[in-house]
Design a protein around this ligand. Structure first.
Ligand SMILES: [Zn+2]
Length: 463
């Protein structure tokens, strides 16, 4: 939908909407001068680099770029220039706390669900700012209410928002109840024809993907029916020319999703180690793997009634969301043995790390994605926790960078973002410290550039 509008605006004004907002008068160029460039392609760093931007696009990047006469110069000597980060798994229909997920913890008496969702729809800009503040210039919303599709056009044109791709409502093998009386984010795949109708609706709205919640096992009574449903969804995705993306967390279900033609697995395989057959199926399907290693930590903190931001930059989080996160600590305690639950989760986490290591070593593209919006996985800063976990799994800082930039862009279906190269949209992050020395340095954001507009980190903070 936004692509059509972009073309219309291009015809009307002779240039794309981003440039209309982001370039200075007369299309003045901006040059970031003297930094070390790590461009997101996997190539090694280039010191003493210049990045020249004009009209919202990169016109030259590297050591041989001349600064055009009249360009605005930004001195980034001693700093590091990387592509804007891509969070390949977010949910704008969720808040980052329990109020958006009453199935996890029901706080509706105090935070009515309908008001919560109405506020999310009315004010996506609060999370946009959190994303930019954290260096995130593109996000893939992989499931939510139909209004998430409508976020794309405005975000695309704005230099104060990340690019947004959206999968819209999920096709779910389970009839999940977290919906509104007049609007659904879960479409139950009760029959093949209901699945086809749901998938065709996604295509009609120019969804960026068809997402399936594939909650089955080899032995569940509805296995044969579910297998049929995911094939119908895959067939419709192919017909529409959009990717099938699948939530499948068991090895059996993930393999079956790959056999059906899934292009993106949006969680880890978390029940058993991945095997050779899985790796072969992923390669054959040309699929990417988004492990969401840290979303469970948020759920654990919610259960333990203790929000632990662990050094995350909360100045990038809007005050209302921040206040709710800290409210966690005053909720009445949960029942159950929290220590045992955390111990089991730690075991599961180790398995997810080992599976990521294996998937990555097999050459399957890995995509960084946080599952932000889930309880205590906060839009924006949660990328740092996820990137650190990927490094803990054994990915090098360069591998983490490529997963968090180019690979995420590709998963969103975008080839014009994700790397710092001539012709790409000018989405960049300037860091005060070397990201290849330590993934913790991704937190050291100095400036963020979106569509050629240069923001200081301070301008994006909530103070
Ligand atoms: Zn998710």
């Amino acid at each position: 939908m936004f692509r059509t509008t972009a073309v219309v605006l291009f015809l009307l004004f002779g240039r794309e909407p981003l440039s209309g907002q982001s370039s200075g008068a007369g299309g003045q160029a901006t040059a970031l001068v003297g930094g070390t460039l790590v461009d997101g392609t996997g190539r090694g760093p280039v010191s003493g680099a210049t990045v020249v931007m004009r009209g919202g696009r990169i016109v030259c990047a590297g050591s041989g770029c001349a600064v055009p006469a009249g360009a605005r110069r930004v001195d980034v000597r001693g700093k590091y220039v990387i592509p804007g980060l891509v969070d390949g798994h977010v949910h704008y229909s969720q808040t980052g706390w329990a109020d958006g997920r009453p199935d996890a913890l029901d706080v509706r008496a105090r935070f009515p669900y309908d008001s919560t969702i109405a506020s999310l729809q009315a004010h996506p800009e609060r999370f946009y700012r959190s994303h930019l503040c954290s260096g995130v210039t593109a996000t893939f919303d992989v499931g939510g209410y139909p209004w998430t599709w409508a976020l794309r056009e405005g975000a695309e044109r704005s230099t104060a928002a990340p690019h947004v791709a959206a999968a819209g409502p999920l096709l779910s093998t389970r009839d999940h109840w977290v919906n509104l009386p007049a609007e659904r984010q879960f479409v139950h795949t009760a029959t093949d024809s209901a699945t086809r109708a749901g998938a065709r609706m996604m295509a009609a709205w120019e969804s960026d993907a068809i997402k399936v919640w594939y909650l089955v096992s080899a032995t569940s009574p509805d296995t044969a029916a579910s297998k049929s449903r995911i094939r119908v969804a895959a067939e419709e995705a192919r017909r529409a020319g959009i990717p099938l993306i699948v939530h499948a967390t068991s090895l059996w279900a993930a393999k079956d999703a790959l056999r059906a033609g899934a292009k993106l697995l949006v969680h880890s395989v978390e029940d058993v180690p991945v095997d050779e057959e899985f790796l072969r199926l992923a390669r054959e399907a040309g699929a990417s793997y988004n492990p969401t290693l840290t979303v469970r930590e948020g759920y654990l903190q919610l259960r333990e009634r203790r929000f632990n931001p662990r050094g995350l930059p909360l100045e990038c989080v809007d005050p209302a969301t921040r206040a709710k996160a800290f409210l966690t600590d005053s909720l009445p305690p949960a029942g159950g043995d929290n220590a045992a639950i955390r111990a089991r989760a730690a075991e599961g986490y180790r398995l997810m790390l080992a599976n990521l290591r294996r998937v990555h070593a097999a050459g399957i593209p890995v995509v960084m994605g946080t599952d932000a919006g889930n309880p205590l996985t906060l839009h924006g800063p949660s990328v740092y926790r996820e990137m650190a976990a990927m490094a803990e799994a054994g990915l090098s800082p360069m591998d983490v960078l490529v997963a968090s930039t180019r690979n995420g862009a590709r998963a969103m279906g975008r080839t014009d973002i994700g790397t710092v190269e001539r012709g790409k949209v000018a989405d960049l992050v300037v860091l005060d410290a070397n990201p290849l020395a330590d993934v913790a340095n991704y937190r050291r954001v100095s400036r963020v550039v979106r569509g050629g507009k240069v923001w200081t980190r301070r301008e994006l903070e909530y103070r």
